[in-house]
Design a protein around this ligand. Structure first.
Ligand code: BYC
Ligand code: FE
Ligand code: FE
Length: 473
């Protein structure tokens, strides 16, 4: 069951050939996807051999096979984790009932919306990252970018399978629209804000894969709990792919910090920019920007949508099994809200605070990442000079209960005038972006690194660091 049938036009482990209607529908969507990939996927490298991993089965260890592949020949397919015997809904009003193998009619619209929202982010990120190949700091990084890109493409397949397989005609329409919207396009933007932001440089890319892909980890984790079993099973496998994206982000920023520390020590005045590196203050401003945009992806702190998702058994909490009570009724969550210009603590019913709970788990995870970055600084002997810090979850928010007010990095309310005065020191300025852009020249020589980033500790799949991860010519 877990092993994947690659003899089919659409590789899968769901016995697709036994459902001719679905197979035909997906085979009609496939060329549209490939057109989209050619048009909006990685620019300039479609004909190059890339050392990529492909899934061979969905078992825990050893699911990956590595080889040179041209990206358009990557075998995008449909891979679900195995079905669990006698699985029951783990939370909400249907806790204890058998999970659904078909869409429950009363929740159809809600479920479709969640799946479409999840799906929309996947192609969006590929679109945002499509020009980065032209400025890759090394072949190792170039390969990692493309690995992330093809897997986000596969995540789109994962969701489109659900739309085609379980939602009939409107599912097919949604699947088509997923290829029509465009990241950052004014007329047909992607659904969530972070996926309409520009990703023009590699500092941004590594912030995105650290913070925005990490929203993916937590959202997929919540959906992996779903009582709609096909969604739970597909998200579980997506999570195993996601881990690599987070690795790329965290180690990418870690290597920039490492290099920044080295250059700081080399320069007589500690001027990292004078040495062609990215100074810690700039890294911090990019972190502030992407962390806050990614916090927005969890939706409002107080949300009746979130309460409905939980009540219906469609979207659970992070590691739902770790809770004693799975109804989340007769409980409250305390949070600070703005009342007449001041922060006051209020209680909201726990079910309405599900977005905030998930955001809390996410924040804790981000803090661990930041402490690992600070370890790099400490090892360089610069702990007294530099520290990366996450801003308050109230800082620079566009969604939720803090969106209408201004807060400093510590989460204290400030006036609009104060905000306007301080924000340029807290968020990337045009000059920062121009400076970072000025460093972005490609390095395609095996084993060589751009000056602003340290070499990775090890290569991919046990390969040496000077391995030809992408055959650029
Ligand atoms: N931008 O009650 P509210 C990933 C909308 S990332 C724009 O606050 P709700 C990946 C919201 O849609 C994971 N609009 O929120 C990462 C609603 O609109 P409507 C993606 C936003 O519904 C990197 C209104 O505001 N997965 O996989 O409780 C690379 C009020 O809604 C935003 C998911 O998101 C925003 N940031 O929760 C590749 C999981 N936030 O309906 C991939 C599925 C909110 O009034 N999605 N709005 O028109 C969900 O579970 C929920 O839709 C959300 C929002 C958590 C996003
Ligand atoms: Fe994804
Ligand atoms: Fe991802």
């Amino acid at each position: 069951m877990a092993s994947i049938d690659y003899s089919q036009r659409i590789p899968n482990n769901v016995d697709l050939s036994s459902n001719r209607r679905l197979q035909r529908a997906l085979e009609k969507w496939q060329p549209r996807f490939l057109d989209w990939w050619q048009e909006m996927g990685p620019e300039g490298f479609q004909a190059k051999d890339v050392y990529l991993r492909t899934a061979i089965n969905t078992d825990k260890g050893g699911w990956a096979h590595f080889d040179y592949v041209r990206m358009p020949d990557y075998r995008w397919g449909i891979f679900l984790n195995d079905r669990e015997q006698d699985r029951t809904v783990g939370f909400g009003d249907h806790a204890g009932e058998p999970v659904w193998q078909e869409v429950p009619g009363e929740y159809r619209n809600m479920l479709r919306r969640v799946i479409v929202t999840q799906a929309d982010t996947e192609p969006a990120s590929v679109e945002q990252q499509r020009y980065l190949g032209a400025t890759a700091p090394s072949l190792y990084d170039l390969r990692n970018l493309f690995q992330v890109n093809v897997e986000e493409g596969r995540h789109l397949w994962a969701m489109v399978y659900l739309l085609h397989g379980y939602f009939g005609r409107d599912g097919r329409n949604e699947a088509d629209e997923l290829l029509d919207r465009r990241a950052g396009n004014e007329d047909k933007p992607r659904i969530l804000d972070a996926f309409n932001q520009r990703c023009p440089d590699w500092l941004t890319f590594f912030c995105f894969t650290t913070f925005t892909d990490r929203d993916g980890k937590y959202q997929l984790g919540a959906l992996a709990e779903s009582g709609f079993d096909p969604l739970a099973r597909t998200c579980r496998f997506m999570l195993t792919e996601e881990a690599h994206h987070l690795f790329v982000g965290e180690t990418g920023i870690g290597r920039i910090i490492q290099r920044s520390c080295d250059l700081y020590k080399e320069d007589p005045n500690g001027d990292v920019r004078a040495q062609g590196g990215i100074d810690m203050a700039t890294i911090q401003r990019f972190v502030n920007y992407w962390y806050s945009y990614s916090l927005d992806l969890f939706g409002s702190e107080v949300s009746s949508n979130a309460a409905d998702f939980f009540a219906s058994g469609l979207k659970g909490r992070w590691k739902e099994e770790s809770y004693d009570d799975h109804s989340a009724l007769n409980q409250v969550h305390r949070l600070a809200v703005m009342r007449e210009g001041r922060l006051v603590d209020e209680e909201v019913p726990l079910r309405n605070a599900m977005n905030e709970l998930l955001r809390g788990e996410y924040r804790k995870d981000c803090e661990k990442v930041v402490s690992r970055w600070n370890r790099v600084i400490r090892k360089a002997g610069l702990a007294d000079t530099f520290e990366i810090k996450l801003p308050s979850t109230r800082f620079h928010r566009r969604q939720g209960v803090y969106a209408d007010a201004h807060f400093d990095l510590d989460g204290n309310p400030i006036s609009e005038a104060e905000w306007n005065e301080q924000a340029p020191g807290w968020l990337p300025s045009e000059a920062d972006r121009d400076y970072v852009a000025s460093l972005m020249s490609p390095v395609y020589e095996p084993g060589k690194m751009a000056n602003w980033i340290a070499a990775p500790r090890r290569g991919i799949n046990g390969m040496p660091s000077d391995y030809v991860y992408v055959r650029t010519h």
